[in-house]
Design a protein around this ligand. Structure first.
Ligand code: SAM
Length: 283
């Protein structure tokens, strides 16, 4: 049995791997690992993207925080990246009329449909259109079109680098409806401090409300991960708990499913930022 420690250095523990397959695509190196601790793991360019056991944290938190803040039935949602399908699976719980997913690498989607059937289950929904192209280019000519835009991409190296710039965020703002909501994965404030600060700073130049929030993802570097919400009309912290509670109940009732991570307390609590990060914002 192979002991695979490299990618878990940040999280501080090693995982036994009993299967490993590697593929090269024009965009990145894909690795699929089989482990006891996390089930199957999707790794892109050496970075863990998705695991069977803890994917629910990432996918629930990147989707339900912004969409329950939006507070109305979304007509059209754009997901950039997200090739494993987990974000689309959660987005569909909000009963959108249409979901566009723009994924640069078709091979990620095909592999995930085969290897992660539950996570990718929403990708075959008739409301979902998948475009295999660069998300940066896709948003350039869009205007006032989406209720929500979700950037579910990999680290700001490789093909995702273009998805974190101020210019990209300007295009995102134009592609959103006036009160639309945006969220991006924004790296680990602990393990990727500079990248996290750069993302928040670039968003602040474009949106009036920018709110980073934190989640606990065991398989990710350091375990501490962040998303950043941005909007020019909505704020996740000004929705009243009574109203939010109704919105949550409505999704649970309609989908006959339960959230495994997200709840009312987590919605507000995730925005509590530790002092060492606040100090970085002040620099
Ligand atoms: N949960 C993950 C994480 O942050 O660790 C992200 C998962 S998802 C698999 C990331 C996807 O973003 C990859 O499949 C990758 O191909 C896609 N991607 C990277 N750059 C992109 C771009 N410029 N446009 C569209 N998709 C992109």
């Amino acid at each position: 049995m192979l002991r695979f420690t490299e990618m878990f250095n940040g999280a501080g523990f090693a995982v036994d791997v009993y299967g490993a397959r590697k593929y090269s695509t024009p965009f990145q190196e894909i690795m699929l690992l089989e482990t006891e601790a996390f089930g199957k793991i999707l790794v892109l360019d050496g970075a863990v993207q998705t695991t069977d056991r803890d994917e629910f944290v990432y996918h629930e938190m990147i989707v339900h925080v912004p969409l329950l803040t939006l507070g109305r039935k979304p007509e059209k949602i754009l997901v950039i990246g997200g090739g494993d399908g987990g974000t689309v699976r959660e987005v569909l719980k909000h009963d959108p009329e249409r979901v566009d997913m723009v994924e640069i690498d078709r091979e990620v989607v095909e592999l995930c449909k085969r290897e992660f059937p539950e996570i990718s289950s929403g990708l075959s929904d008739e409301r979902v259109s998948i475009y295999y192209e660069d998300g940066r280019e896709f948003v350039r000519d869009k205007e006032n079109e989406y209720d929500a835009i979700i950037v579910d991409c990999s680290d700001p190296t490789g093909p995702s680098a273009v998805l974190f710039s101020k210019d990209f965020y300007e295009d995102v703002k134009r592609a959103l409806k006036e009160d639309g909501v945006f969220v991006t994965q924004s790296e680990s404030p602990f393990a990727q401090r500079k990248e996290f600060l750069m993302i928040v700073s670039n968003l602040t130049k474009v949106f009036s409300t920018v709110r980073p929030y934190l989640v606990f993802i065991p398989s990710y570097p350091s375990g501490m991960w962040s998303f950043t919400f941005a909007s020019n009309g909505k704020d996740p912290l000004t929705v009243s708990p009574e109203e939010l509670s109704e919105r949550i109940k409505d999704v649970v009732r309609r989908t006959s499913s339960k959230f495994k991570y997200y709840n009312l307390e987590i919605h507000y609590g995730a925005f509590a930022i530790p002092n060492f990060i606040i100090d970085e914002f002040k620099k």
